[in-house]
Design a protein around this ligand. Structure first.
Ligand code: COI
Length: 355
C-alpha cells in the first residue's frame, strides 16, 4: 500500500477500489461506502495523528463505553459535483461547530478544526471519483465520534475515536412521506440531549417510528414532552408548515436540532420575500388550519432528506391529507437550495466552499 503524508495527516491508499461494483443509479441511502475513511484517536488527553486509510472494520474491546452507555455523536454533511467538475461543500463550518457542541454535551473532547476540516477535505479529494454529477447525486459525509475506553463503569470514556466515512447517495426518501404526530412518546426533553446530534436521540425514536411504520407512516412528528401540543421536529428532519402564504417552523431549543438545511431554507425564504415565522406551532393550529383550508403544505428539511414533502398526517384517530397546491414553497425552496449547492446559482450567502 502507498503511504504519504499531507500536513499532519498520514495517508495509506487502498491498492484496489470497489467503485466498479457500485451501481450509482440504484443507490440505497447510506449503504455503500467509498474506498477510504479517516480515523483519529484521542488517547491520554490528546489527539493523535489523523490517518486516512482503506475503509475497513474496527477492532474494539467489547466493554468499550460506546457499546454500554451510548457515548456517540455524529454529523451529516454533503459534497456536490457541479457541471464544470468542481466539488463543493455546503456550510461545513456549521456542521463543525455543531459537532463540537454535541461533543461538549456528551462529555467528549472537541475535535480540532484542522483534523475535522483538513481531514474531510483530504479524504474527499482521495475518493472524489465517487461524487457523480447531476442534481440529486451527492456524497454524504458522516463524521462521528465514539467513546472507546474499556470497562463497564458508568463514567465518561477517557479515550475516543473520531472517524469520517463517505457514502455516495441519491434521495433519502423515495415516494410520499406520511407522518404520525406523537401524542405519547417523546424524542427529547428540556435539559436533555435533543439539541445534540447524539446517536441515542435516534435510537430512542426507533421503537415509536417502527409502530408508525407498521401503520403505513414513514415518520413521526415529535411534540414537546410535557404537553404534546407543540410540533417540534421529525425523526430525520426539521419541519416547516405553510399556513396561507406564511412559512412557520419551531424555534430551535434544548429539544430541537439546529438544522443546517432548516436555517438555510429560512434565509432563502426571507431573501426572496416569503413571510416566515419562527415560533411555536401547535397541533390544534394545524388541525384548525386544515379544516378551514389555510394549511397548504408541510415539509421536512435535513441534509439527508433535503426537502421532503409530507403528504398527510395522522393525529390520534384522524388522518389529514394535505392539499395539492400549485407553486409549492417546498419545491421553490428545494430548487433554490440545490441551485446553490450544485453551483448553478449565485451563492449570495457565501455558504459554499470549493474543495
Ligand atoms: C442528516 O440529515 O444528515 C441526518 O443526520 C439524518 C440521518 C439520521 C440520516
Amino acid at each position: 500500500m502507498e503511504t504519504t503524508q499531507i500536513s499532519d495527516i498520514k495517508i495509506i491508499k487502498s491498492p484496489t477500489s470497489k467503485i466498479d461494483s457500485v451501481d450509482f443509479e440504484t443507490l440505497t441511502f447510506g449503504k455503500q461506502f467509498t474506498d477510504h475513511m479517516l480515523v483519529c484517536d484521542f488517547i491520554d488527553g490528546e489527539w493523535h495523528q489523523p490517518i486516512i486509510m482503506p475503509y475497513a472494520p474496527f477492532e474494539m474491546d467489547p466493554s468499550s463505553r460506546v457499546f454500554h452507555y451510548g457515548q456517540a455523536i455524529f454529523e451529516g454533511m454533503k459534497a456536490y459535483r457541479d457541471a464544470q467538475d468542481e466539488i463543493w461543500l455546503f456550510r461545513p463550518d456549521q456542521n463543525y461547530e455543531r459537532f463540537n457542541k454535541s461533543a461538549i454535551r456528551l462529555a467528549m473532547p472537541e475535535v480540532p478544526e484542522h483534523i475535522f476540516m483538513d481531514g474531510l477535505k483530504e479524504l474527499i479529494k482521495i475518493d472524489a471519483n465517487w461524487i457523480k454529477k447531476g442534481n440529486g447525486n451527492a456524497l454524504y459525509i458522516r463524521p462521528f465520534m465514539i467513546g472507546t475506553s474499556d470497562g463497564v463503569i458508568a463514567s465518561p470514556s477517557l479515550n475516543f475515536k473520531f472517524c469520517i466515512i463517505l457514502s455516495p447517495v441519491k434521495s433519502y426518501y423515495s415516494g410520499e412521506v406520511k407522518v404520525v404526530i406523537a401524542d405519547h412518546f417523546s424524542r427529547a426533553a428540556n435539559g436533555g440531549i435533543g439539541a445534540a446530534k447524539a446517536a441515542g436521540n435516534y435510537a430512542a425514536q426507533f421503537y415509536p417510528t417502527k409502530l408508525a411504520n407498521q401503520k403505513g407512516f414513514q415518520q413521526v412528528i415529535w411534540t414537546d414532552d410535557t404537553t404534546h401540543t407543540k410540533l417540534e421536529e421529525s425523526g430525520t428532519m426539521n419541519v416547516f408548515f405553510r399556513i396561507n402564504d406564511t412559512l412557520i417552523t419551531a424555534p430551535v431549543s434544548e429539544r430541537i436540532l439546529d438544522g443546517v438545511t432548516r436555517k438555510s431554507l429560512l434565509a432563502i425564504a426571507e431573501r426572496d420575500g416569503i413571510k416566515t415565522e419562527v415560533r411555536s406551532i401547535t397541533v390544534n393550529e394545524i388541525v384548525d388550519a386544515h379544516r378551514n383550508g389555510s394549511l397548504k403544505e408541510i415539509f421536512g428539511a435535513g441534509t439527508a432528506a433535503v426537502v421532503s414533502l409530507i403528504a398527510g398526517f395522522q393525529y390520534k384517530d384522524e388522518y389529514f391529507e394535505l392539499p395539492q397546491v400549485a407553486d409549492r414553497f417546498a419545491t421553490q425552496l428545494k430548487e433554490k437550495l440545490n441551485a446553490i449547492q450544485y453551483n448553478e446559482a449565485e451563492d449570495t450567502f457565501n455558504w459554499t466552499v470549493k474543495l
